[in-house]
Design a protein around this ligand. Structure first.
Ligand code: PEP
Ligand code: MG
Length: 325
């Protein structure tokens, strides 16, 4: 249906009262970039790297990963990418050749950066490919499922080591490490965000998982879908706290869960101080429209009431009054 429409400009969206919001796309294949750019994405705000591992029987090597990232950066043609390191857990390990024993609670198990730090060989292969790709275009490296600042520090040590190795081998790499960020998906990371900000160069809130852990509700369990609510006031309070801390530390913050492309939630996120969103490409147009319809200043005045809302219905009632802004 979009076929004949002209491409949307890859520029920030502007609220009715002039607040600028950067819009990025979530992606997992280089082939998705052209569509995302045509839909107005300023770059890729979350590049999920799992596919490269899931589709095979053996682990992808450094050169194979580098080639995939080169294709991504070529498609981006100078626009930035945020590359997430492998986010596999015991629930998605099938057929990858990874050492992942079955767990009773995979969502609470050895996944994301926890797996990376227990398998430094796999992490370092991926970091080396990313560092080589960083010579080809602007990129940042993002760590999933971070709980503690120490995890970011440990990955940074590996990355510095890999960079030194690559330089010594004469590989084309940037002089310094690209920005290294942490996803905020674990409630303790959101509540301990000041410590994390001491180690991370930027943050990305993954509301899909953060909602699952805050509400203790499996994000994929149909029987509990009514309880799985990424707009729950408890989650909004965590997002508000992270936004305040990131602004004080003067470090970039984005939201990259599904909520980032939810037209009802987007005004809320702006009110909480979020200025960067990354979403499925197909959501970009509606998110941009929601931002353009929002009066940020008016909304901000409502924030204390929004954050005090004790239930979803109270929050929704407040949102309805806003719908008419
Ligand atoms: C999230 O958890 O919100 C997120 C963006 O990561 P994923 O959906 O890949 O877990
Ligand atoms: Mg996640």
């Amino acid at each position: 249906a979009r076929g004949r429409l002209p491409p949307l400009p890859a520029i920030p969206a502007r609220s009715r009262d002039g607040v600028m919001v950067a819009l990025y796309a979530n992606a997992e294949l280089p082939g998705e970039v052209a569509e995302a750019r045509a839909l107005g994405a300023m770059g890729v705000g979350l590049y999920r790297t799992e596919l490269l591992y899931l589709r095979k029987q053996s682990l992808p090597g450094e050169d194979e990963q580098f080639a995939a990232l080169r294709e991504l950066l070529q498609a981006l043609d100078g626009a930035p990418a945020t590359l997430r390191t492998l986010d596999l857990g015991a629930d998605k390990a099938i057929g990858t050749g990874l050492d992942m024993p079955a767990e009773a609670n995979p969502a609470l198990g050895v996944r994301g950066v926890r797996h990376a730090l227990r398998h430094p060989g796999i992490l370092r292969t991926q970091l080396r490919a990313m560092l080589r790709a960083a010579a080809l275009g602007p990129l940042r490296i993002l760590l999933p499922m971070v709980t503690l600042a120490e995890e970011v520090a440990a990955v940074r040590a590996h990355a510095l080591d890999c960079l030194a190795e690559l330089k010594a081998a004469g590989a084309q790499v940037p002089e310094a490490l690209p920005a290294l960020g942490a996803m905020i998906e674990v409630p303790a990371a959101a509540l301990g965000v000041r410590a994390l900000l001491a180690e991370a160069d930027f943050l990305a809130i993954g509301t899909n998982d953060l909602a699952q852990y805050v509400l203790a509700t499996d994000r994929n369990l149909g029987a509990l879908s009514a309880l799985y609510d990424p707009r729950h006031p408890a989650l909004l309070r965590l997002i508000a706290g992270v936004a305040i801390a990131a602004r004080r530390a003067n470090k970039p913050l984005s939201v990259c869960g599904e909520i980032a492309g939810d037209p009802v939630a987007v005004p809320l996120l702006l009110a909480l101080g979020i200025r960067e969103l990354s979403m499925a490409p197909t959501r970009l147009a509606q998110a941009r429209a929601a931002i353009e319809a929002t009066q940020c200043a008016r909304l901000r005045a409502l924030v204390p009431r929004l954050l005090r809302a004790s239930s979803r219905s109270e929050l929704e009632a407040l949102l309805c009054t806003l719908g008419s802004n």
